[in-house]
Design a binder for this molecule. Sequence first.
Ligand code: ZN
Length: 356
Amino acid sequence: MSYDLPLEFPQSRQALIGHGPRPNQAQLHFRRRRWPALPGAHRCPLHRIGSRLPSPSHPPCATPPRRAGTPPVFFSSRRRSSSLPASSACCFSMAWIWMVLAAGAVLLWAISLGRILSYSSPSCVPLSPQFMPPLRGDRRSRNVLLVVAHPDDESMFFAPTILFLKSKGHNIHILCMSRGNADGLGNTRKEELYHACETLKIPHEQVKVLDHPKLQDGFHEQWDHGLVAELTMEHVLLWAIDTIVTFDSYGVSGHPNHKDVHHGICKFLHANRQGNVEAWELASLNILRKYSGPVDIWLSSLISFSRSKQSIYTLVNSSPSRSYEAMAAHRSQWVWFRRLFVMFSSYTYINTLQKI
Ligand SMILES: [Zn+2]
């Protein structure tokens, strides 16, 4: 007895399989009566020879005829093996690995966000009296000047710094070197900056947006560092500034205008060596840390602790929704990818400042 197809498979039946038009019900009934179920009906799930006639679109399994003298095959090893094929098992394992990794990432995100929200107010890590200590004399609070290149830089990148300094009672002033007129929206963006500053509790009279012909927004615009230094000096004197905060040499996003602002401030510091103005730069992060949201708090804190002698501090924003609200005030810029940026950017949750 064999479960292979019989060698005497009727020629007329072979002619029916996979050829000609689909038979009607009467023809099917006739054929079922003429050729009842054959042994081996279970061998192929597609054809089920014997239980029903093969579909014209699926020719029957090509089972090689058994050689003379070869013992009949009663049970196929393929039939006994009911496990998944190797490729399917591999895909299944990979899916499990990805699911575990995704669940781990979500858990880490939630724990990190919980850590940030656990602060009752904006905080500094490590907590050190050496970071912007109160001034002596009649003034204990500092006049801090935040120098940025475009409207929205303050909300998108510096919100944790602004909120921390405000919580310590310092006066924040903002000097924006351009109106952000690259798309012809300069006036709109200027107004939006004032709206964002209302959200961040910075008075209008402490915000200045410049519109200098040699300092226009654009990737291909090269700003004169001497001019930036000169304009900064003007406002330092105007507002009696003692501390400056700005971009570092990479400019967080790599925008040339951000970099030029940094170099302009360096030039100002060089020319004002005898003065008592100190400056801090916002550390640019690599792409993994930049888009790790609150998760970067662990690494940033570790770096700040390990390099405390180099004056590196991590400022934690205990209310990330404030960053979101401030950025939303820039309505012309509040498009879907910037919403995603604010959500996933670590600059929404923490800032790492280091002394220039
Ligand atoms: Zn910018």
